[in-house]
Design a protein around this ligand. Sequence first.
Ligand SMILES: [Zn+2]
Length: 479
Amino acid sequence: MMAVFKSLCFVLFVTASAEFVWKHHNNEELSLILDEVHEKCPNITRVYTLTEPSVRNVPLYVIEFADSPGFHQPYKPEVKYVGNIHGNEVLGRELLLGLANYLCDQYNKRDRHIRTLIHNTRIHLLPSMNPDGWQLSTDTGGQDYLIGRNNNHSVDLNRNFPDLDAITFEFERQGISHNNHLLKDLTRLAAPLEPETRSVMRWIMSVPFVLSAAMHGGDLVANYPYDESRSGAPVSEYSASPDDDTFRELAMTYADAHADMSSRSRPGCHAGPDDAGAYNFGKQGGVTNGAAWYSLKGGMQDFNYLATNAFEITLELGCQKYTPEKELEKEWIRNKDALLAFIWKAHSGVKGIVSDDSGFIQNAVISVVNITGPVPRPIRHDITTGAYGDYYRLLTPGHYEVTANHPGYFPVSRIVTVPKHQTSARVVNFRLEPTTSWFDDYSSFGLYPHGLRDGQPRIYKRDLYRQLTDALLDHRDSH
Ligand SMILES: [Zn+2]
């Protein structure tokens, strides 16, 4: 009897302690780890795959943490981390598996901070966007600087997104104020979209993400938009986005909470004996504007910002691309606080709901003027409301005039102060009054802000947009 009891205890012990091990998990093990986390935390997680697998048919797995997995809830911002977009840059992939395991364990241990975070945020982790590249890199020893970087069609996925920078820069030159959700204005693709890119684009366009980071390796720095220079030339020149202040703060949040990303005394990654000819990002606080480092077209972070409401930065997590297995746990300890601090930034700035007497208003435009200094500074990048009329406007501490607008309604403005050290965004709701209560036919009063513009070949653009969205949304046809 005692023997039976003992062996029963042993079985229980073994099943209950599928202990997470720091190692390089292959593509099968990756999905098993996510399933194990889900079994340990069934009520706050969901494992799903993106709509298309990789070229070699490996599913792109995501684990989601939320108190109602599978559903967007108003007032709860959505955050994502994307790892392993370059197949031979492997640390992000293992950190995200470790983070999934950690969030679940701490939740079950009733860690107050983790519980609050999960109850107020929907968090999506995609450990590997490029499982084929990971396989090639791993099979060839993982030491080459380039082998395994691309997908199985030899395409660099972080150059394969539609180049929306070129559109926003052209609008800037022409003085056109239209500055968000620019996929509609795309007239051509520089290259066909890869299945991994298409899958991630659909994901980005269908979930109302607020904040995101993509993980790379090869240097140690938090890199923020724009990645593309305004001239489009492959030069190194600072290319500020309208949200430069906010992006700098997001990048600094990660760098400062990391063990030594922002350390001014650490050596640079590729420094020669005299430290010449190489960047030492520690000396600039562990952050850089993307194009100030080097300009690239078709990157994922600028696409997030210019196609959706999401703010994405790019994390270079270490000098080595294929981190040795024995250093993975040490790297987790060096990154853990930063990974969590960054997610908390989804709760900075202001958020709220735009509605009228009959319900939520979707696609209302939230525009912001920074009135902190003596001269008001409009932030020329508007945010739009989602299905519940909800919006999330990341901002740095200061004073702002926030305006909600929608065709057919009178705009409403509010003055808001964003405090320092937020763990919850300021709630600013808007109730709009329709102009139809004043005019019989408001459409004739020119109240549509993004109407047709002279000289724009709108029909062709619409046509491409329809082709593109059909291809993105109706994935049944894409196999
Ligand atoms: Zn990379």
